[in-house]
Write a protein that binds this ligand. Sequence first.
Ligand code: COA
Length: 151
Amino acid sequence: MEFNLRPASEQDRGFLYALHCQTMRDVIENTWGWDEAWQRRDFDRRFREYLTSIIECDGRAVGGLLLEWKPDSLYIHELQLLPEYQSQGIGTGGIGKAIEQAAARRLPVTLSVVPANPRAQHLYERLGFKVTAIEPPFIRMRYRGDGLKLE
Ligand SMILES: CC(C)(COP(=O)(O)OP(=O)(O)OC[C@H]1O[C@@H](n2cnc3c(N)ncnc32)[C@H](O)[C@@H]1OP(=O)(O)O)[C@@H](O)C(=O)NCCC(=O)NCCS
């Protein structure tokens, strides 16, 4: 499915928090438990600190992508889609865009997933991400594009 990315603005904050609650609540509950006040605070921090994009289909906000340039990689903090837009290739496309941006700087893409989200881990593995560390509850993963000069 066709999609585009645009930078998020203050007006998108409510959509992104609702999306986080809708798509991540089960995984978070099964991993840490859900503390609404903590979730709200941490979401506001991420929204402030990371490069936040809205994923749009036909002009409608359908997802969010939060990235951070780290010294040695482009880190995907969040990738979430409304349920009715999942499993149509948009997530793969969003990860592809991150990989392109990172490759332009000759850097890998990194992310973390938790065991409570095996479908997401499966997607990352299928795309070529490799597990680099297990730091419970996190499984750290990295995509190393061909030709990238890494350690
Ligand atoms: C994970 C996610 C971003 C993938 O994007 P997508 O557009 O649905 O994925 P694609 O269509 O490109 O690829 C399909 C694969 O995504 C994964 N996937 C699909 N729906 C998923 C869901 N609800 N939760 C986790 N992974 C999912 C599966 O591996 C699926 O492959 P399968 O159909 O063989 O099981 C999206 O499904 C989503 O927003 N999920 C809920 C939030 C989430 O788990 N985010 C990742 C946090 S680490």
